[in-house]
Each structure stands twice: as C-alpha cells, then as structure tokens.
Design a binder for this molecule. Structure first.
Ligand code: ADE
Ligand code: ZN
Length: 337
C-alpha cells in the first residue's frame, strides 16, 4: 500500500475547519451568479491566482469578501454538503466545524438562515454519508466584546446544536483576555470553549487563552513552543492542539514544510491533531495535510496512525464512541506486505 493509500485508509476526525473556508472558487462564482453579487475577479483562475498570502490578514481580507456570496439557507446547505462529500471520500468519519456568525449577520443575513442551512446539511451528512459532526460558533476577535455578547444571545435558541464557542480572525492586537467575560457567560451556558491562539500571536496569548478563557482545546498553538514551561504545562494536561500544516505554509507561519514544528510538538508529548483550516484557500483537505507533513518530515506509518488516533481522542465525541473510532484506526494494517 502506498503512503497515499495508507493515509486514505486511516479513519480520521477533523477538529479545525471553518465552513466558510471550504468555499471553492467554482461554488463562489456559481453563488455570485445565483445571488447577483459582483465579484472583483474576471474568472475562477483569476480568483485562484489571488490566493497568494503574506500573512493571516491578507487571507482574511479575501475570506470575508468571498463569504459575501452566501445569502440563503440553500447557499449554506450547498457549501456544507460539498465539504461533507469531499471529506467522506477521504475517509473522514467525524468533523467539528467552525462557523463565523458575525461574518454573515454583519451583512444583514439572519443567524437562523446561516444556522439552518449548515445544520440541515450536517443532519443529512449523518444520515446519508455516515459522517458525524458538531458545530462550534466563533467570535470574530477584531470586533469588540459587546458584539460577541450579542452573537451569543442570538445563538441561545440553537444551543442544543452548537457544542462550543471559539475565537478567530485577526490575532495580533486582539489578545484572548479581551473576551474574558463573554467566554465566562458562554461556559455558564454550557458551551465548550476553544480559541485560536499562537498562530501569529505570541506564547502569552496561548497562556491567556488557557487562563482567561479556560479553553479545553487550542487552535493552532504553534507559538507555545517559544515558552518551554508553557509547553510542558500543555503537554502535562494533554490539552489538544489543532494544527493546520497547509494553512501554516500558505499564511507564512512557517517558511517551508520542512521547518514545520509538528515533530517538535510530538517530541514534547503534546496531543497534536492535523486539520485543514480553510481548505479551499490553502490547497488541500484533510488527506493533503497528512501527506504534506509526511513527505516533509518523513513521518512513519505508526506516527500517522497516532495522529489519526489523536484526532478522535481530542474530539468532543463521547468516550465510548472515541474508543470505537480508535479501534477502527488500530484495525488499519500498518506493515507493508
Ligand atoms: N478564520 C478562518 N481561518 C482562520 C485562521 N486560520 N486564523 C484565524 N482566523 C481564521
Ligand atoms: Zn482556523
């Protein structure tokens, strides 16, 4: 079995995926036409050519512009369904999906429109594709805490179908502590807290996400490695990191894939998972992320299987299901015959 086939055969979960970041240029153009939105690109190729980012903000500018074509429940359904079909074909069994309500409500789209379209597709995904899922609502950190409070309020009627709250968008200048109160309220309401931290921001932001927001999973977390004591603390507590290799490369968080800190993270005993973040913008879904680090860092099949096991271990699945999924990973033949 080739390494590619081995990665394909591994049952996997994805824990860091922005549904708006799965909007492929083809669907963006189709929805622009359907909703009579003008895109400032003459063709799909011209749009793809613009995906050349120097940092996180370069990407976010195009990401928010891109999501302007999403307007109706059907649009959110189509977006989500398309991600689920692609992911199922890559043997993804479970996914925990971020969405950015403020990226839509700011443009006058109702929270219910966004939620209903995504949720209906996830329900169909469970039934027709046998892919289980959870939803995590993110607050945009470049906006203020009052805006996040209002978003939390709008989410309350859908609480039974939203497992957690997250924090994303421009990191530098927006430390986690800015959202201390709204995270406290969200935790009281029963949402599980996660946050992007240490993608571009310093190790201090990772510590603040743990201490001020009490997060149970760290999205990215790369820069925690700058602080040995913090790294040891995260490893000892086995707080998972949702690492996104192709995203890190495209957003210049790493210079090249050979310099990706994944192996260092594993050596330090961190509970690391691999994820695609915004696959339509970064050039690959889950399997392409596994393959990119395997090639660059020469990961063994045992190490790849370990990462797949971690993806279930770090998920919000109930323990019994986690064990059942991990048993499926164990059943994949590692040794070449
Ligand atoms: N929103 C979508 N993708 C993101 C990322 N990688 N970092 C911060 N905000 C995001
Ligand atoms: Zn992200």
């Amino acid at each position: 079995m080739s390494i590619r086939d081995f990665i394909q055969a591994l049952p996997k979960a994805e824990l860091h995926l922005h549904i708006e970041g799965t909007l492929e240029p083809e669907l963006m153009f189709a929805l622009a036409q359907r909703n009579k939105v003008n895109l400032p690109y003459s063709s799909i190729d011209a749009l793809r050519a613009a995906y050349d980012f120097g940092n996180l903000q370069d990407f976010l500018d195009l990401y928010y512009q891109g999501m302007s074509v999403l307007q109706t429940e059907q649009d959110y359904y189509d977006l989500t369904w398309s991600y689920l079909e692609k992911s199922r074909a890559q043997n993804l069994l479970h996914t925990e999906i971020f969405f950015d309500p403020q990226g839509h409500t700011e443009r006058g789209i109702e929270f219910s429109t966004v939620f209903n379209g995504i949720h209906q597709a996830l329900t169909d995904g469970q039934r027709k594709l046998n892919i289980s899922s959870e939803l995590i609502m993110c607050f945009l950190r470049h906006l203020d805490e009052a805006d996040a409070f209002s978003t939390l309020q709008q989410a309350l009627p859908y609480k039974d179908h939203i497992i957690g709250v997250g924090l994303d968008s421009s990191e530098l200048g927006h430390p986690p502590g800015k959202f201390k109160n709204v995270f406290a309220r969200a935790r009281e309401a029963g949402f599980l807290p996660v946050a992007h931290a240490g993608e571009e921001g310093p190790a201090d932001y990772v510590a603040s996400a743990l201490d001020d927001l009490h997060i149970v999973r760290i999205d990215h977390g790369n820069r925690c490695l700058d602080d040995a004591e913090l790294t040891a603390r995260i490893a000892a507590a086995q707080i998972p990191l949702t690492v996104c290799p192709l995203s890190n490369l495209k957003l210049c968080v790493v210079k090249n894939m050979q310099q990706h800190p994944l192996r260092q993270m594993l050596d330090k005993g961190l509970l690391v998972t691999l994820n695609s973040d915004d696959p339509a913008y970064f050039g690959g879904y889950i399997n392409e992320n596994y393959l990119a680090v395997q090639v660059a860092l020469n990961l063994s099949r045992e190490e790849l299987a370990g990462l797949a096991r971690n993806s279930f271990k770090a998920s919000f699945l109930p323990d019994q299901l986690k064990q059942a999924m991990i048993a499926k990973v164990d059943a994949v033949e590692i040794h070449q015959t």
